[in-house]
Design a protein around this ligand. Structure first.
Ligand code: TRP
Ligand code: SF4
Length: 330
């Protein structure tokens, strides 16, 4: 697929890990090749769940964009911007809130899920309930045709489409585009303890980890517990390191590891060393690119992106204001 208009965002909540790369960023990097792409830092969205946390949003924003640039997001191909720098998002969010029924928001499965699960955080706020309305504004502002998202965000895209239809119906116009989702096929890459890879479980390999740090993490990863001696036959299917190989090693290497593990001809330490090579092969280009960007350069990239996004958003809001506020002949 090409010639789509891509919009996607991430909340700035901390450094990105290998799961983010394989699940999201790798996809963005490909999409930017033959589609008009806008990627933004959803800093207002970060406040919806973390308004009590005194987030260092400026630092988090620069670090997030640095991870993107390291991963291969190219500012010459994509527009990179920060949500809070384009105030038109707030205006559109306000207007969309006026027409969004409470029932749609309360029924949203992601909302119900998070209300039940985010224990220890008071997210009983207007901002959290209307999170998907802001997300709809982010997307439809730029006539996005396709939005790369994870499975959990599907209800938000559905809501965005419903809001577009309701807006068109109420104001008798065709101002927006109904966005489709591009579901990211996440290769299953669990954290180093077998749970979901996540900062909060302290089980992740970060894009900014150096080779030695990655090795210290891999070294401790659990393998097939049935293997006591290094020539015991193993079962790669129940080994975490094998999951990693499937994500970072070539098909030929994966096949070879599978058979030599089963035959007991490769030891787990050697197998982990090979896995490190795969991870390094993936991270080395990112490490090199990361070196090239100073904070000042990242700020300049964001400034330019903000200006580009802002001019498009301003144009869209002209139309929206005229839809709603111009004198109508009766
Ligand atoms: N809600 C998204 C997430 O948590 C982030 C986001 C905000 C987003 N606005 C967006 C994603 C617009 C895609 C399009 O992952
Ligand atoms: Fe896992 Fe590799 Fe050891 Fe087999 S040899 S159990 S795949 S670490």
């Amino acid at each position: 697929m090409s010639n789509m208009k891509i919009v996607s965002g991430m909340r700035p909540t901390g450094k990105l890990h290998l799961g983010h790369y394989l699940g999201v960023l790798q996809n963005w990097v490909q999409l930017q090749e033959d589609n008009e792409s806008l990627f933004f830092v959803a800093d207002w969205h970060a406040l919806s769940t973390s308004y009590e946390d005194k987030l260092n949003l400026k630092r988090l924003t620069l670090d997030l964009v640095k991870d993107w640039l390291a991963a291969g997001i190219d500012p010459a191909k994509s527009t990179l911007f920060v949500q809070s720098a384009v105030k038109e998002h707030a205006e559109l969010y306000l207007l969309l809130n006026m027409i969004t029924p409470m029932g749609w928001l309360e029924r949203n499965p992601t909302y119900k899920d998070q209300m039940a699960n985010l224990k220890g955080k008071d997210i009983n706020t207007g901002g959290f309930l209307t999170y998907p309305v802001l997300q709809a504004a982010d997307i439809i502002m730029y006539d996005a045709t396709a939005v790369p998202i994870g499975e959990d965000q599907k209800p938000h895209l559905e809501l965005a489409r419903e809001i577009v239809r309701r807006y068109h119906h109420l104001f008798g116009c065709e101002t927006f585009v109904e966005p489709k989702d591009i579901l990211t096929q996440t290769p299953r890459l669990p954290g180093l303890d077998g749970r979901k890879m996540s900062k909060s479980y302290d089980n992740a390999i970060y894009l900014s980890d150096d080779s030695d740090t990655v090795w210290q993490k891999l070294r401790k990863a659990k393998t097939d517990p049935g293997r006591v001696k290094k020539d015991d036959p193993g079962n790669p299917e129940i080994c975490l390191v094998f999951d990693y190989h499937k994500c970072v090693s070539s098909e030929a290497d994966v096949a070879e590891i599978e058979s030599s593990c089963k035959a007991g001809t490769i030891g787990c330490v050697a197998c982990k060393k090979k896995c490190l090579q795969g991870v390094d092969a993936m991270l080395d280009p990112m490490r090199r690119r990361r070196e090239r960007f100073s904070d000042e350069e990242i700020e300049a990239i964001i400034e330019a992106g903000n200006a580009g996004a802002k001019s498009r958003a301003a144009e869209k809001m002209e139309r929206v204001r005229s839809n709603i506020f111009e004198i109508k002949e009766d």
